[in-house]
Write a protein that binds this ligand. Structure first.
Ligand code: C5P
Length: 300
């Protein structure tokens, strides 16, 4: 028997970052959005834990761990331990989310695995328990369960769905080489040693509630952007190139190095993607918001 669950990439419409906490994390005030790039996780009972990763399209999977460090395997083990079940599973990840790019692909895989094994094994985990387990796996795994548009506080794990009736389009420009998230946070602390609490995204939340797609675009912000650019100066030139061809806001995705262009319509996003293609640059187009982790192939 196998079962497939799909989980989406995330972007941060706003990413406010406070100073470092005693536990090494940073307080965040962020607005997440799930966008239409997906990893599919297919689970099957097995004698021992294992994971296989297969690229979808151009995605380079070289950096994905295939041992117990893989976040999807950790998610499966955590769920089994939580229920005291002695079972294991083989996981196949069909990876459409660029790796180590600030799009939370590993978190998507973890969320998908929690949902898939909960169903496969008939565990009926309560929603709150699933969110708690997700938070133990990573700061943005709870969001990957929910999808949509969500305010994240704490270290990002405290999630609250936001009313956001508007939809939009994203041009996603991945980088050939990933960036380490802890390194980007450390660089931010170095650049900004006296940071206060994160800025609440009040205006953005209001624009989202009003379905004001243009207003949302004007309020996109990412506190990690300067730190990522400091570690990867070539990104500034890539961002300029994207601004040159895109009539709208451009920003870094999460801790980067993926760059995003925001568009109100599919036509605008596609026009930007085509202009990049003319310059020999491959970008993806994805709608937002989309659903969180959900079953696409029931047990068969
Ligand atoms: O929670 P997650 O495992 O995704 O975090 C990866 C790393 O990113 C952490 O080890 C930490 O260095 C950094 N981080 C942080 N503050 C957050 C979230 C992540 O410093 N709120």
């Amino acid at each position: 028997m196998t079962l497939t669950v799909r989980a989406a990439a995330k972007v941060n419409l706003a990413l406010g970052v406070g100073g470092p906490r005693a536990d090494g994390f940073h307080d965040l005030d962020t607005v997440y959005q799930a966008i239409g790039l997906y990893d599919d996780v297919t689970v099957a009972d097995a004698a021992s834990w294992g994971v296989e990763v297969r690229p979808v399209g151009e995605v380079d999977c070289a950096g994905v761990p295939l041992d117990d460090d893989n976040l999807a395997v950790r998610a499966g083990r955590l769920l089994a331990d939580h229920h005291g079940v002695r079972r294991a599973a083989h996981l196949v990840v069909d990876k459409g989310i660029p790796v180590a790019g600030g799009l939370a692909g590993g978190s998507a895989d973890a969320a998908a695995t929690l949902v898939a094994l909960d169903r496969l094994w008939g565990l009926h985990t309560a929603d709150d328990d699933l969110l708690d387990l997700a938070a133990r796996l990573g700061s943005d795994v709870p969001f990957a369960l929910l999808g949509g548009t969500v305010r994240g506080t704490g270290r990002g794990e405290a999630v609250e769905a936001l009313p956001a009736p508007g939809s939009c389009w994203w041009v996603v420009l991945p980088s050939a080489e990933g960036l380490s998230t802890p390194a980007v946070y450390r660089e931010l602390d170095r650049l900004r040693p006296d940071a206060g609490p994160p800025e609440p995204p009040t205006g953005l939340v209001a624009a989202l509630a009003a379905g004001d797609v243009t207003g949302v675009g004007a309020l996109l912000a990412n506190d990690l952007q300067d730190a990522a650019l400091s570690l990867r100066p070539e990104l500034a030139a890539e961002a300029r190139r994207l601004r040159d061809v895109h009539q709208g806001p451009v920003l870094l995705s999460g801790s980067g190095p993926t760059l995003l262009a925001y568009a109100a319509t599919h036509g605008d996003a596609t026009a930007t993607r085509l202009r990049l293609a003319e310059a020999g640059v491959t970008a993806l187009v994805a709608p937002g918001p989309v659903a969180g982790a959900h079953v696409v192939e029931p047990v068969r």
